[in-house]
Design a protein. Sequence first.
Lengths: 214, 48
Amino acid sequence: MSVLVYGISERGERPVGGPGLQQRPLRGVYADPLAAIVSDHDDAPPRTVETLWEYEQIVERIAHLHTMIPARFGGLLDDDEAVIDMLRTRREELLAALGHTRGAVELALRASWQQAPEPHSQTGTGYMRARLELRRQAREIAGELVPLDALARASRCELPARPQQPLRCAYLVDREAVRDFTASIAQLDQQLSGVELVCTGPWPPYSFADGVAE
Amino acid sequence: VTLVDLLDRLLAGGVVVHGHITLAAADIDLVDLDLGILLASHDKVAGG
């Protein structure tokens, strides 16, 4: 029997319960002041879309009741001792992440070209020049999004290697500021030409689980 | 909510508590790989 970890929280007054993946009951494993929210499984859960959605819904349900940093999908440890060892070994890092994300949610933002470009060329040099030009344009879009940083507790942006998607970002936003934040994105989406901004969330703070402020 | 955002978060974000997860070092390419596998799996389920 192995232990699947859904996230790390602090020991609180609210008990941990309800169903986890495959209807296995959720429970807490404690190493004060931290708590890991887990369920017991014979095998690793299957990596299917359906299971990922189910996992996300469970994490959201837990995050609604507890301040929690979510665990990456598939975090399976041998037994409670291994969980307690992990909580003790990484105590400071996990407490920092909990402190950094408390009261905040994550919003995902992706920019897509309205007309998907394909950097085709007869020559390798021409192809690389076209890719570099797309990269330059992506940096310009990133510059247009800078005002959003002021509305977020933290942000992370990257320029993916895929030419079709110039930019993807994650923002850690105070719960009460989500409405203003999404309104600002809608405004930017109207102002920017050639790209479409897609915002999803609120998510549990997956992209800020390392506790590093940026 | 889009699948790519779900994959970005669940497979490349979050606290890594398992030593065998290898996605942390080069998440983009491997998440893309996972996306292909997962979509294939999903299509198979949907079609089957």
